[in-house]
Design a binder for this molecule. Structure first.
Ligand code: FAD
Length: 502
């Protein structure tokens, strides 16, 4: 007979960075029924990692879950709109390519759009693939408008995410969560006692002796993984052999001109530099590999490649790329940096926090902690991390840069899952999206072509369609996208009108 669950009564979140406050905000609705109390403990002395300012479009689902007003959210986080990422200098042949959000063109007769583009481009009858993606067309013109709901309008295709100030984002979510009953405690966790019977976490004990007991603990304590690793020894799968960058320097700089509606990822000798445009400043950072670049060289590279003056000293960060072997262990779920780290090349970490929260809600336990929930969570999380990992490795493996760091990357063995994908694309331009994979075919096409991976042939079915019709459709599409983008306001004007800094 089905029995009523024994509900979780107390959730303790350790950490008040982006992960902690995202979790607190999303879980706060559980406290609405008065059964579940949520407490978040964070240490002002330790602080947060303070980076993590570029996102991808699914964040809109998170904002919708919270019921946020977009203008208010962008304004309060001094944010800007993001239509994709510009990769600069990643291959010698192409100085720049875009990974835009949204789709390239339209499929015809169930044949993928990019297959028609491959044929026409090879024949000199089509321009760069960016011209057939509305978000790319907007990004290249630095324009922005919101999508319209009418699916027959070309403007319904606009897909976007945000850049925001990480500190302001955490503060914004904190206000949201506290207003919905989450209790915040300032303090430093000193120990994490486990139950003798089953090794579950019993409580977290603060340096001043306060003891916070809980049924469910969310570890958002950052790289250390205070609960998931230091207390529960969940293990870490190290992916440094594929993604050897292990350090970053981050520095804000003054804006020069209005913010661009896209992130920039600029290849450098031993890694790459990000540029994230906000309304009040630009976030910059150099992600590099310490085997190839010294900290001093990295600082010189970063500081000599800022557009405006630096607003602070560069802040060093160290990390090991990989994932926690168990992101849910007993009565503890790790989110954010405590669960693993993938370099921010495709702005995926905040998304992985969101995906972790969604899975936790979908598999939310009661106090019996049936282990099947934990197993399912760990299986799905591992798959998501691995799919993102493969996509990031793709940017490195398909490069023709001459520096030792890049030569090593081009020569390395890559995961079979990625090798199969690249081989299939190289043969005939085919791609398949597996198991709810985060990155769509459009994303893979943008990066594969951008990195110079060209298929040997186009899909033979393309030749069954009237070439005149195909050319007409592509020309029309490019013209429609260009006209639509030209009619939009500049991104800076859009922000000033809809989400000004208060
Ligand atoms: P943290 O911000 O480190 O927060 C940890 C919290 O735990 C803090 O509140 C701290 O005080 C608390 N804590 C720790 N120990 C204790 C203790 N003993 N007692 C009490 N409290 C404690 N992600 C993106 O999506 N897009 C990006 O563009 C992006 N760029 C990045 C660039 C770099 C160089 C790095 C390193 C990461 C980047 N990320 C990015 C990842 C992103 O920054 C993180 O996913 C996000 O900030 C979440 O961090 P966190 O909350 O897990 O950890």
């Amino acid at each position: 007979m089905t029995r009523s669950p024994d509900p979780i009564r107390q959730i303790v979140i350790v950490g008040g960075g982006t992960a902690g406050w995202m979790a607190a905000a999303a879980l706060s609705r559980l406290s609405a029924n008065g059964t579940t109390r949520i407490t978040l403990v964070e240490s002002d002395e330790i602080g947060t990692v303070g980076v993590g300012e570029a996102t991808i479009p699914p964040i809109q689902q998170f904002n919708a879950l919270l019921g946020l007003d977009e203008n208010d959210f962008v304004s309060q986080t001094q944010g800007s709109m993001k239509l994709g990422i510009a990769f600069e200098g990643w291959t010698m042949a192409r100085p720049r390519y875009l990974h835009p959000f949204g789709s390239f063109g339209f499929d015809m007769e169930a044949i993928k759009f990019h297959q028609f583009w491959l044929k026409l481009h090879a024949q000199g009858l089509a321009s760069g693939i960016d011209d057939y993606n509305l978000c790319a067309t907007m990004a290249n013109r630095e324009k922005f408008a919101r999508p319209v709901p009418d699916p027959s309008s070309v403007l319904s295709q606009i897909t976007y995410a945000y850049h925001f100030d990480a500190g302001l984002y955490a503060a914004y979510l904190r206000r949201y969560a506290e207003a919905r009953g989450v209790t915040r405690i300032e303090g430093k966790v000193a120990s994490v006692p486990l139950r003798a019977t089953d090794g579950f976490i019993e409580a977290v004990v603060l340096t001043d002796g306060r003891r916070l007991e809980g049924d469910l603990f969310i570890d958002c304590s950052g790289f250390r993984g205070l609960l998931i690793e230091e207390a529960l020894n969940s293990g870490y799968e190290d992916w440094t052999h594929w993604l050897p960058c292990d350090r970053a320097l981050a520095v804000p700089s003054a804006n020069v001109g209005p913010p661009k509606p896209y992130t920039r990822a600029i290849a450098r000798d031993g890694g790459w530099q990000w540029r994230i445009p906000l309304q009040h400043r630009t976030g910059n950072g150099y992600v590099y590999c310490s085997q190839f670049v010294s900290d001093e060289q990295a600082a010189n590279t970063l500081l000599s490649n800022l557009e405006g003056p630096a607003l602070a000293d560069p802040r060093p960060l160290r990390f090991t790329t990989g994932r926690r072997r168990k992101m849910w262990n007993r009565n503890c779920v790790a989110l954010g940096l405590a669960s693993g780290f993938l370099e921010p090349l495709e702005s995926t970490s905040i998304h992985l926090i969101q995906a972790g929260i969604s899975k936790l809600l979908a598999l939310f336990p009661d106090r019996s902690f049936n282990p099947t929930n934990e197993d399912a969570y760990n299986r799905l999380s591992a798959m998501q991390f691995e799919q993102v990992r493969d996509f990031i490795i793709l940017h490195y493996v398909a490069n023709d840069r001459p520096e030792p760091f890049w030569l090593r990357a081009a020569a390395m063995d890559i995961p079979d899952s990625l090798r199969q994908k690249i081989d299939l694309f190289r043969a005939c331009g085919r791609l398949f999206r597996f198991e709810d994979e985060l990155f769509s075919e459009n994303s893979w096409i943008a990066v594969l072509l951008g990195q110079g991976v060209l298929p040997a042939r186009w899909d033979p079915l393309v030749d069954t369609i009237d070439p005149g019709l195909v050319r007409h459709n592509l020309d029309r599409l490019r013209a429609v996208f260009a006209r639509a983008a030209d009619a939009m306001p500049g991104h800076g004007d859009f922000l000033a009108r809809t989400a000004p800094v208060r």
